[in-house]
Ligand binder design. Structure first.
Ligand SMILES: *[C@@H]1O[C@H](CO)[C@@H](O)[C@H](O)[C@H]1NC(C)=O
Ligand SMILES: *[C@@H]1O[C@H](CO)[C@@H](O)[C@H](O)[C@H]1NC(C)=O
Ligand SMILES: [Cu+2]
Length: 254
């Protein structure tokens, strides 16, 4: 009986090592108005191992990782439109010595939003942030968040309508992405209630649908010069962008 109880635990440990439980990452908490909202609060839970990546950009799991798609079991944290908030990733726990994400896991960070009163399978997702490779600092976004103990500061667009939104954070780790289908996606969906917003309804896109396994930012060898790295997905929504375009159009006509 003793031996049979030891063997499975060795198998489990080996499986954990080879599946990389000691790498990977997950969204641990938000920082709103300078306050940590608490581990897991306002973040939709993930079923199975919460640090595990998603490989298939066409699967439903690319949306929020495998998990409960129901909104009512997770809190919704209030955020002011136009405010800067922190999103914080971790590898094990939220402790100050946590490695956040393995050094090998280099790649971009992206953040999307979608109103919660519309079906999340629809063309409702807009990108509010992206950061890839900085050729001046030679840092990927993942290098930056490791250096900042997992925190990335992002701004909630000032002019979007008030209401409940999913805030989808994502890291794409490219260490095996030279093989097609092996980029590791680490999405998570937090829930926020945007207050004090405007009237803008940014153009939305479907998730899955924003990426394919062939995209130049997904099927890519990051060990080659990453200076021209193309961040995947739709363009970032910039509040006021329409007016800027109109300005350029009219001044070009002058
Ligand atoms: C969550 O909402 C779904 C659908 O509206 C409902 O079936 C389920 O019972 C709810 N769960 C809880 C814990 O309230
Ligand atoms: C994020 O914002 C907080 C609060 O303003 C600031 O203290 C912190 O230095 C910022 N972190 C990074 C990595 O920029
Ligand atoms: Cu990993």
């Amino acid at each position: 009986m003793k031996a049979s109880s030891i063997i499975p635990s060795v198998v489990v440990l080996a499986t954990m090592i080879f599946s990389g439980v000691f790498s990977h990452t997950f969204l641990n908490n938000l920082i709103i108005d300078g306050k940590d909202t608490g581990t897991g609060r306002c973040i939709r839970p993930v079923t199975g191992m919460k640090t595990m990546f998603v490989l298939n950009p066409s699967s439903v799991d690319i949306r929020c990782r495998p998990g409960n798609q129901s909104p009512n079991e997770t809190d919704i944290c209030p955020v002011k439109a136009g405010s800067e908030i922190g999103v914080e990733w971790h590898h094990d726990t939220g402790g100050p010595t946590d490695r956040v994400i393995s050094e090998s896991h280099r790649g971009p960070c992206l953040v999307y939003m979608a109103r919660m009163d519309q079906p999340i399978a629809g063309a409702v997702w807009f990108k509010i942030y992206e950061e890839g490779y900085n050729s001046k600092t030679k840092q990927w976004c993942t290098d930056k968040i490791r250096a900042s103990h997992g925190v990335l500061n992002i701004t909630i667009p000032a002019n979007i309508q008030s209401g409940n939104y999913l805030l989808r954070t994502e890291i794409i780790a490219l260490h095996e992405a030279q093989k097609k289908g092996y980029a590791q996606f680490y999405p998570n969906c937090a829930q926020v209630n945007v207050v004090g917003g405007g009237s803008a309804k940014p153009q939305g896109y479907k998730i899955p649908g924003i990426y394919t396994a062939d995209d130049p930012g997904i099927f890519v060898n990051y060990r080659k010069d990453p200076t021209g790295y193309v961040i995947p997905g739709p363009p970032v929504y910039v509040p006021g962008n329409v007016k800027v375009e109109m300005f350029y159009t009219s001044s070009a006509g002058n």
